[in-house]
Design a protein around this ligand. Structure first.
Ligand code: CP
Length: 304
């Protein structure tokens, strides 16, 4: 039995296999309509979500399975003090697979250690979000056709942005990938990530505060929200929240085939005028999220 807690729990070969399955699901959806007949997915969400929870649920429904769960901690026995370990052990008696989001880093790992069924980390605090990364990888594959030889700009909250952390880990395994890390000084990537995944692996990266200056060299621009819920001090959030607002004017020197990604939700950081531009890929990403979660559920349930 396997869980998915960190994107690096998957080899690059396994990621390739998930991407191939995802592409086949898009091409032949009816082939997958009964792959999970009789199976149940439990979504245990201790933190708000629109895309991750609903795409997991849609994924299981499209595979012929069913779903149960809770969308906030207060509607579960967590409100009475139950631990995530006991909750996971309990839910193991009702479902075949768990998707868990939690505000505390490491909570899905704790759940996986006690669970009798696979646990998928659907986002743990400011740490990791591996299924968003699978979503991002499917989007990159569909938009660019490759993972190698790409210059990827990541912009916004790189300190608390769990999607950024998982994406850097995943993309650092491919050839000739360059990262351009664009953030205010206060929201630069954590030191462990810089040292272990970039410096120690000899990955080329630059850190800058200047989004417009680096625009011409980017193949992918991954925008992120400054996350109010991760700040201890509201004054810091208010000072930093509008550090980067992407507009068509700021993209005028981009490559014509730049792909703009964003895990969403968006607040101010991408002007709505960009939504209909061919470079905007963030709503395509939403669709890809459901597809890759279908592929992942089948893999972890060992469905042929
Ligand atoms: N991208 C993402 O995790 O979105 P939600 O918070 O809506 O699930």
């Amino acid at each position: 039995m396997r869980s998915l807690i960190d994107i690096l729990d998957l080899t690059t070969a396994e990621i390739d296999e998930l991407i191939e399955t995802g592409l086949d699901i898009i091409a032949n959806p009816s082939k997958y309509a009964h792959k999970c007949d009789g199976k149940k997915l439990a979504t245990l969400f201790y933190e708000p979500s629109t895309r991750t929870r609903l795409s997991f649920e849609a994924a299981m429904l499209e595979l012929g399975g069913s779903v149960l769960g809770f969308s906030e901690a207060n509607s579960s026995s967590a409100a009475k003090g139950e631990s995530v370990a006991d909750t996971a052990r309990t839910v193991s008696c009702y479902a075949d697979i768990i998707a868990m989001r939690h505000p505390k880093e490491g909570a899905p790992l704790v759940a996986a250690r006690k669970s009798l069924i696979p646990v998928i980390n659907a986002g743990d605090g400011g740490h990791n979000h591996p299924t968003q990364t699978l979503t991002d990888l499917l989007t990159i594959k569909r938009e660019k056709g490759r993972f190698d030889n790409l210059t990827i700009g990541l912009c916004g909250d790189l300190k608390f942005g769990r999607t950024v952390h998982s994406l850097i880990c995943a993309m650092s395994r491919y050839e000739n990938v360059k990262f351009v890390l664009i953030s205010p000084k206060e929201l630069m990537i954590p030191e462990y990530l810089r040292q272990e995944y970039l410096i120690d692996k000899n990955i080329v990266f630059v850190e800058t505060t200047d989004l417009v200056g680096v625009m011409p060299e980017l193949d992918i621009l991954y925008m992120t929200r400054v996350q109010k819920e991760r700040f201890f001090n509201e004054a810091d959030y208010l000072r930093l929240k509008d550090s980067y607002i992407l507009t068509l004017d700021k993209m005028k020197d981009s490559k014509p085939d730049l792909a703009v990604l964003h895990p969403l939700p968006r607040v101010n950081e991408i002007a709505v005028e960009i939504d209909d531009d061919p470079r905007a890929c963030y709503f395509k990403q939403v669709f890809n999220g459901k597809i890759i979660r279908m592929a992942l559920i089948m893999k972890l349930l060992e469905v042929e």
